[in-house]
Design a protein around this ligand. Structure first.
Ligand SMILES: [Zn+2]
Ligand SMILES: [Zn+2]
Length: 537
């Protein structure tokens, strides 16, 4: 298969004036200008006239949950609800449209509702006429289930984290998830994974890191994703499994790491992230400093096991007490194995939201990638956001320290944690460049790199994420509403020249007042994974 694209703006560091590129057998074989492109017309299966559009390396989403994303896309969506009553109306209306074994709903956030509390089991029972229901909080770390769901999964009520109102967190939430896997037919999960991959492709995403774990999905999901994508024409899936002592299972599943949402702690929103000092909105309750699921010794043992097995190790880690434990664990593993062995292991940490400067130094030295979600700051950052409500402004404003981590030599890879926040790479780039905390903003180019090449590198796949001769032909074509620019959103000195003669490749103007670029085509290893109908010749 040979495809020639021309008449656009090709984002490549190799040639700032490139307007055309040629793809053959899944690789980029040439970039140049339109005049020279005539030499590549011969034998082309398709010639795409770009009409001034932008071509970039396809995005990578370095943290996704495909089945949940697909299920959420087909479930009740509470993300835009103004109060609890509206959410119950949305739920009842959704219930009337589905005959599924379990009614699913996603994205509720009681901190955005005047009632400041989630649904109760009785309210859900009434809205759905007593059907089984699973309604996940926006951070996916807690949920509310209906009475009929509990009847089908009677273990849940005995688990730690169960509340009689139907709210479940921690062990009880894990038991609920396992019950959900049993109640839904496997075909529902396969459909959901396919749906999620198509949504990703339509956003210009060519690679998804699927972060499975026992509390999130059955291991078979990783095999389903692999089978679905084997024929091409969908985003590539890099699989991770988050479980201790599971080297054989990782190999069976084709996972590249025992990493991802292997949880050190929970989430800020659910008050389950492990903190040094208590949650600010529970000041009189000294026990309220979250939950640490693994200690430094367990981390060290896991990192040693994975490094020796040639697998990436990694953890979900958010609160400062959890980051402290995970950093000490990595340092201990480096003492056992030697620093360079740990660096070569290409390990990674998910979220990494509350990091102290000395921890950044350790993580940078050990070559750890920070897999982060800029949309978390856009959703929950700032002086009045949910993080500030839970932690107080001082701790909240120091979170998601993209710029400081970058300066400490910690490589960044961006993702969405979908369905926590939706697939939306340009929104992620914008969120990082317009961080609520000005000193943690990074340039659009740095954020773009973290959402493209950074994702390939996080998976130890150093060959991709850039338009260059010989690189994998995973690229996306965008309609850009504004201008192509070199953008440094804050007033500090730019890290490179904005002078056009310097040849720095341009990117869309992502100023928050403007519309974001719109994907019209995504190619994955040269195969079409998405194309908007009737837009390209
Ligand atoms: Zn996580
Ligand atoms: Zn996750």
């Amino acid at each position: 298969m040979k495809i020639l694209l021309r008449g656009g703006y090709v984002h490549t560091p190799a040639d700032p004036h490139a307007t055309a590129l040629c793809i053959e057998d899944g690789a980029i074989v040439w970039t140049g200008d339109d005049d020279a492109s005539v030499h590549f017309e011969d034998g082309a299966d398709r010639i795409v006239e770009l009409d001034g559009r932008l071509v970039t390396p396809a995005f990578v989403d370095a943290h996704a949950h495909l089945a949940q994303t697909g299920l959420a896309a087909a479930g009740a969506d509470f993300s835009g609800t103004a109060d609890l009553h509206e959410a119950l109306d949305v739920l009842a209306a959704h219930g009337r449209t589905t005959s599924d074994a379990v009614v699913l709903g996603y994205g509720w956030d009681e901190t955005r509702w005047p009632e400041q509390r989630p649904f109760t089991r009785e309210e859900v029972d009434r809205a759905l006429g007593g059907r089984p229901a699973y309604l996940a909080r926006v951070d996916e770390h807690s949920a509310v289930v209906s009475t009929a769901f509990l009847d089908a999964c009677p273990d849940v009520v005995h688990a730690d984290g169960y509340d009689v109102t139907g709210r479940v967190e921690r062990d009880a939430h894990h038991a609920v998830r396992e019950g959900l896997f049993r109640l839904l037919p496997p075909s529902a999960r396969e459909d959901a994974i396919l749906r999620a991959l198509r949504i990703a492709a339509a956003e210009g995403i060519g690679m998804v890191h699927e972060l499975g774990a026992p509390h999130i999905c059955p291991p078979e999901d990783l095999l389903v994703a692999r089978n679905l994508t084997a024929a091409g024409g969908l985003p590539e899936v890099v699989a991770y499994w988050g479980e201790l002592d599971a080297v054989d299972l990782a190999r069976e599943l084709g996972a590249v790491g025992l990493a991802g949402d292997l949880c050190m702690d929970g989430s800020i929103g659910s008050r389950t992230s492990a903190l040094h000092a208590p949650y600010a909105d529970h000041p009189h309750d000294p026990g309220h400093d979250g939950h640490l699921y693994l200690d430094a010794e367990q981390v060290a043992a896991h990192v040693v096991t994975c490094t020796q097995a040639g697998l990436q190790a990694g953890f979900h880690v958010i609160g400062d007490r959890a980051v402290d434990a995970v950093t000490r664990g990595f340092a201990a593993a480096a003492e056992t194995l030697g620093e360079s062995a740990v660096v070569r292991g290409r390990h990674r940490l998910e979220h990494l939201e509350m990091v102290a400067p000395e921890q950044m130094q350790t993580l940078g030295r050990l070559g750890i990638t920070a897999s982060q979600q800029p949309a978390f700051d856009a959703y929950w950052g700032g002086e009045k956001g949910m993080y500030a409500q839970r932690l107080g402004a001082d701790r909240a404003l120091a979170m998601n320290a993209f710029a400081t981590l970058n300066r400490a030599g910690v490589a960044l890879a961006f993702g969405s944690d979908t369905p926590v926040t939706p697939f939306g790479p340009w929104a992620g780039v914008r969120a990082a460049a317009w961080h609520h905390t000005e000193s943690e903003r990074v340039t659009v180019r740095a954020a773009f790199n973290a959402h493209t090449r950074g994702g390939w590198r996080a998976a130890a796949r150093d060959e991709g994420g850039v338009i260059a001769i010989g690189a994998p032909a995973s690229v996306a074509v965008f309609d850009v509403p504004g201008d192509l620019v070199v953008q440094t959103p804050d007033a500090r000195v730019a890290a490179w020249s904005t002078d056009p003669r310097a040849g720095v490749p341009h990117l869309p103007d992502l100023h928050p007042d403007l519309d974001l670029p719109r994907c019209v085509m995504t190619l994955v290893h040269g195969a079409v994974a998405h194309e908007s109908e009737g837009e390209l010749s």
